[in-house]
Write a protein that binds this ligand. Sequence first.
Ligand SMILES: Nc1ncnc2c1ncn2[C@@H]1O[C@H](COP(=O)(O)OP(=O)(O)OP(=O)(O)O)[C@@H](O)[C@H]1O
Ligand SMILES: [Mg+2]
Length: 257
Amino acid sequence: MEDVLKLNQIHKIYEGKAPFQALNNISLNVASGEFIGIMGPSGAGKTTLLNLIATLERPTSGNVIINDQQLDQLNKEQLSIFRRRMLGFVFQDFVLLDTLTLEENIMMPLVLEKEDPLIIKRKVKKIAEKLGIASHLNKRPFEVSGGQKQRTGIARAIIHNPDLLLADEPTGNLDSKTSQAVLEEMLRVNEEENMTMLMVTHDPIAASYCERVIFIKDGELFNEIYKGNNRKLFFQQIIDVLSMLGGNENEFLSARY
Ligand SMILES: Nc1ncnc2c1ncn2[C@@H]1O[C@H](COP(=O)(O)OP(=O)(O)OP(=O)(O)O)[C@@H](O)[C@H]1O
Ligand SMILES: [Mg+2]
């Protein structure tokens, strides 16, 4: 299958008074339609990796190729169009606009693409129903709960059908029921729309929804495992790798236990 994303020998050093190597020689190929989990202790470099793919940071060396396009060959303007069309983001601190309703927030990517208003309306309704926020569409972000905001962020990230969805702890602040609803919706979109997804998570249950989980430790690839056809078994394997990873095991498990 065709690769949507290729990372070739990525190194990332944050310069400054005390330069810090956040990523060391990461190579990774992601095939079209894969749903990938990224795990690793706090500070391992997960968000850094996502930011490089998101074109928000540049690697110190190595290159990122998305849909055969080498990102460092695009100028600033091309990058912003590329980002808008090809990518969807669910980031921890990627906030909704408080002056807009949830509906207006969700439709933003389609408005930027000058999509037909009737089609926009229909798409927003459909996605809001799936995510259980349809009855809140006329409210503004400060009038709804954290989980409802998070689901609005996910709706906005996927409404334009990006080639690649990048999600940093999309279920981080959600209770287990809402978390499950969000993961099931992501899985549905992954399967039905064949949308390729990369999800950073500390939660082994969330990771068990993925087809493949990649583990990062101290900026390096530590291990990767594939799901067979048994999510429970995969969950156990994820726990096993996390305990091999060492660090603070409670950090991973405290999300739920
Ligand atoms: N802008 C920056 N300047 C300097 N160092 C940075 C910067 N951003 C991140 N770092 C450092 O790089 C390392 C990796 O950070 P990163 O945010 O990628 O970790 P993470 O795996 O996402 O952790 P967490 O699970 O806590 O979100 C950390 O040690 C962090 O302190
Ligand atoms: Mg992070």
